[in-house]
Design a protein around this ligand. Structure first.
Ligand code: PXP
Length: 247
């Protein structure tokens, strides 16, 4: 069964739209609380909670991450840039998983995944330091063979294949080609010993096809679940996605 990691960044986006100083203030009128969202998501069947602590702190704040660390009962997946500051933060936090994602333009491939091949000198030591501390490391990459092969070489446990190009092409003639790239990417990653996650742009419609990709361990889904929760509540939004993941 494919696991569901619920990305709660966009719950924090709504809070930050009104409370810019939410890093220092919680409780009272400061809402919505992403930690409460995470706990509700877990109760509805989420297998893990994912947050991206961005360097610009545009949504999730450091304090959210520490509160999550103490509050959630499943697994915390910290998405972070490949910088010495974020590596030091992760080593203090000790989440179960870290997913290294690009934030600077120079780290990004044409499709938007982390360019592991072009940033080996930075990605290698980051993966090594996190892995030495017992944190399982994932690299968020495009479904391209050189990136997959290099991710295995630097010692990552997982890759998270970027499904954004596929999601973007969903209603265009390019969808089949993008899906085939993902299929191949899943198989290649598995062949070199990586565990395969996927994420970005997955919704209640394209999940019907995404779920048929081979060797999937976990899908990280955020925007569509947070959006649906506005109408149905968190519980129903998560249960419905889990049900569609099963088919
Ligand atoms: N996976 C990664 C690495 C991400 O950075 C994000 C957020 O952009 C997601 C998954 C979730 O994407 P979405 O919010 O489109 O579901």
């Amino acid at each position: 069964m494919i696991h569901l990691g619920v990305n709660i960044d966009h719950c924090a986006t709504v809070r930050q739209a009104r409370y810019r100083d939410a890093g220092a203030t919680v409780g009272g009128a400061v809402e919505p609380d992403p930690v409460a969202f995470a706990v509700a998501a877990e109760r509805a069947g989420a297998d893990g909670i994912t947050v991206h602590l961005r360097e610009d702190r545009r949504h999730i704040q450091e304090r959210d991450v520490w509160r999550l660390r103490e509050s959630i009962a499943t697994r915390l997946n910290l998405e972070m840039a490949c910088t010495p500051e974020m590596t030091a933060f992760a080593l203090k936090l000790k989440p179960e998983f870290v997913c290294v994602v690009p934030e600077g333009r120079q780290e990004v491939t044409t499709e938007g995944g982390l360019d592991v091949v072009g940033n080996l000198a930075r990605v290698g030591p980051c993966v090594e330091a996190l892995a030495a501390a017992g944190i399982k490391v994932s690299l968020f990459i495009d479904p391209d063979e050189p990136q997959i092969a290099m991710s295995a070489s630097v010692g990552a446990t997982f890759v998270e294949l970027h499904t954004g190009a596929y999601a973007h092409a969903y209603f265009t003639p390019h969808r089949a080609k993008e899906f085939q790239r993902l299929r191949l990417g899943c198989a290649q990653a598995r062949d070199v010993g990586l565990t395969v996650n996927a994420g970005h742009g997955i919704n209640y419609v394209n999940i019907a096809e995404i779920r048929t990709l081979p060797h999937l361990y976990e899908l990280n889904i955020g925007h569509s679940i947070v959006s649906r929760a506005l109408f149905t509540g968190v519980d129903e939004a998560v249960r419905e996605m889990k049900a569609r993941m099963k088919g």
